[in-house]
Design a protein around this ligand. Sequence first.
Ligand code: PGA
Length: 254
Amino acid sequence: MKLIEVTDHEEMSSIASSYISNRVRKNSHLNLGLATGGTPKRTYELLINDYKNNGTSYSYVTTFNLDEYIGLPKEDVNSYHYYMNQHLFKYINIDQKRIFIPDGLSQNIELECKEYEERINAHGGIDLQLLGIGANGHIGFNEPGTSFQSDTHVVELTPSTRIANARFFDFIENVPTHAVTMGIASIMASKEILLLVSGEEKSQALKRLLSADDPTESFPASILKTHPCVTIIADTKALKDLNQIKASPTNHMI
Ligand code: PGA
């Protein structure tokens, strides 16, 4: 894994957006895996700026989102369909037919999971997957204990994840209890992974990831250590606990 240490959320977002737009410019047919949550919002804003200022084209890019809540309509302000549209898609020239997000309202959710996985594979797999990390080490909505062999599947969200995400809802009771997520194996099949880590509340998770010896299903992100092409961009607050155990902040391989 390569670690890029940055000062703050803004610098993280700036480097991440350049990283992604460079990939899009190099490969107009890029299969891009996308994430939601607080971490990538600014990255998406900067991608929109880049689109407006530099004309980076998304017309042949295909996107696959990591996850979606079960039970929220696409128009719900807390659905990830809504998030992606509001924070990125409606501002760039992406083809609606090339946008894929799990359907959390599917009548046959097991079939939806199977078909989502097949869709990714039919497109030749994900070239670059953007990832965040949960304070409990989840990636996508793959909570601790998820099998490393998992494909796209239904998950029951842990209380800690529901509490973390309650900030976007009026009441914690409104946070869905279940979601569809790409599995750990689906994420690991991506050719390249870009993990963004920002803020003090992620510092323990980042420390655990970077200091883990062997991957363990009790800490899902630990599997990333076995992926051949992972870049982490982490800010000073997220690196707080790590910098106590290593000497010099710089860009380095771990
Ligand atoms: P966040 O979520 O970006 O809102 O912190 C990341 C995650 O839970 O994967």
